[in-house]
Design a protein around this ligand. Structure first.
Ligand code: AMP
Ligand code: ZN
Length: 471
């Protein structure tokens, strides 16, 4: 039984899906104006792991994560480069996808983009205006009448009257066209040089919060199981999403709200102005994406995570210990044979205990720190029973290990790094072989295969084309 800490109720609750066997989850994604930083990578890795654990537990997961592709920062960057905003957002969506792949973060079921969902946003804003939750100011800006939503503040546990007095400077942004400083923007008029869309109120663009309400509705329905993101989003972003969605749809928006704590650097807040800021790409120059992923999972997602070189080195050593264990099993398997003896069956039974411990940790609000400890104990156990084991026991232990690492998105395989020119050579040979086969010169094709084999490169013909690996 999976327990989730629900920010809404400030306690762990048993996960009961809206539709049996299915999980509908929405994770707020990045604004795409730059390469993503390692702070952005934390929710990506954490919630990808949550998704994987749900799947392992037998659920079908519909996982939606947006790209915010219309925003002041994107427009600023586009103006600096003298290109369309779309050029900037397309570029950084592609780069973000590459970083995700490096960290073995699977693509979402759907990655909606704000600029492709404007119709839905206009529709929801219209509905909010019809119901008196939205109003149009003189210059065409559409605001949300925050005070009308009686439950405003229920997620962030803020009292609306405290917000008014305490948060005035935060909430008053100079627009005196607002009826109340608490009101927030649903739609705003365009300024010179900005992308815009036509709508009944003014040529302009949507506010940030409306995009998630609309995309979540479109791809997951009015009520979803889990809405997630970094803890900075609790207020005002998620509070505003709730106000919009529940007013427009008339049903509860999300059943469970999950928020990851922040990633700090050398125990200080990571920020551009402090100069202690790393992109994922910076880190990938020094470490494999798997090490970064391992590092992110060493701490429970609701605790702050400190990034330092020492901790990354420790993560590297730990990850390599798991890889070595798996590689040793594969090595032993090449020569091993036979089925399990009675004694070995008992050993296999003992190995199950680590999976149970792993599951207990993950069931407890996805405690990946304890789950990794269980994997470590399994590694120690395997290392002490692998030598001289039958093929069946080795297989069983390898399966046990990779099932658990897979849930964490960790791949316990040694990567063979070949110099670029060697890769180019292999690929040229594969192309030559393909041409030979097409010309029905099978002798030549076989000769190329043998030539590569002599260099330790094995070719495999698959439906997707020719794959190669180092022997
Ligand atoms: P943004 O592009 O700023 O909207 O951020 C995208 C996602 O990354 C959101 O879920 C943020 O809460 C999250 N995020 C941003 N900075 C950090 C950080 N330093 N640590 C953890 N999560 C972060
Ligand atoms: Zn969002």
């Amino acid at each position: 039984m999976i327990q989730i800490y629900n920010t809404m109720n400030k306690r762990k609750e048993e996960f009961v899906p809206i539709t049996p066997g299915e999980v509908k989850m929405y994770v707020c994604g990045p604004t795409v104006y730059n390469l993503i930083h390692i702070g952005n990578a934390r929710p990506m890795i954490v919630f990808d792991t949550v998704r994987r654990y749900f799947e392992y537990s037998g659920y079908k997961v519909n996982y939606v994560s947006n790209f915010t592709d219309v925003d002041d920062k994107i427009i600023k960057k586009a103006n600096e480069e003298g290109v369309d905003a779309k050029v900037i957002s397309d570029r950084y969506i592609e780069e973000c996808k590459k970083d995700m792949a490096s960290m073995n973060v699977r693509p979402a079921t759907t990655h909606p983009q704000a600029t492709k969902e404007i119709g839905g946003m206009i529709k929801m804003i219209k509905k909010l205006i019809d119901q008196d939750y939205g109003y149009v100011a003189q210059d065409g800006t559409v605001y949300y009448r925050t005070r009308k939503f009686r439950e405003y503040g229920k997620l962030s546990h803020k009292n609306i009257d405290d917000l008014r007095s305490g948060g005035r400077s935060l909430l008053v942004t100079g627009e005196d066209q607002k009826e109340d400083p608490l009101d927030f923007v649903l739609w705003k008029p365009k300024k010179e040089g900005e992308p815009y869309w036509n709508c009944p109120w003014c040529k302009g663009r949507p506010g940030w919060h409306i995009e998630c309400s609309v995309m979540s509705k479109r791809y997951l329905g009015d009520s979803i199981d889990i809405h997630a993101g970094g803890e900075d989003l609790i207020f005002p972003h998620h509070e505003n999403e709730i106000a919009q969605s529940e007013a427009a749809n008339g049903v509860p928006f999300a059943k469970y709200w999950m928020h990851n704590a922040f990633l700090n650097i050398d125990n200080r807040k990571m920020s551009k102005s402090l100069g202690n800021f790393f992109t994922v790409r910076d880190i990938l120059e020094h470490y494999d994406g798997q090490v970064l992923r391992y590092f992110m999972l060493t701490v429970h997602y609701r605790s702050p995570l400190n990034f330092s070189r020492e901790l990354m080195e420790a993560a590297k050593t730990s990850y390599e210990r798991i890889v070595n264990c798996a590689e040793n099993l594969r090595f032993l398997l090449e020569k091993a044979s036979g089925t399990m003896t009675e004694e070995e069956k008992a050993i296999a039974g003992q190995a199950d205990a680590y999976r149970v411990r792993f599951e207990e940790a993950m069931d407890d609000d996805f405690n990946t720190a304890n789950a990794l400890s269980a994997i470590f104990e399994l590694v120690t156990f395997i290392n002490s029973h692998a030598d001289g084991a039958s093929a069946e026991l080795l297989q069983t232990m390898l399966k046990e290990l990779t099932t658990l690492t897979d849930i964490c998105g960790l791949i316990p395989e040694r990567k063979v790094e070949l110099p670029a020119e060697e890769v180019a050579f292999i690929e040229a040979k594969i192309a030559e072989r393909k041409a030979a086969k097409k010309a029905r010169d099978f002798a030549k094709a076989d000769a190329i295969r043998d030539e590569l084999k002599a260099k330790g490169i094995i070719l495999e013909d698959t439906r997707e084309g020719v794959k190669w690996k180092k022997a």
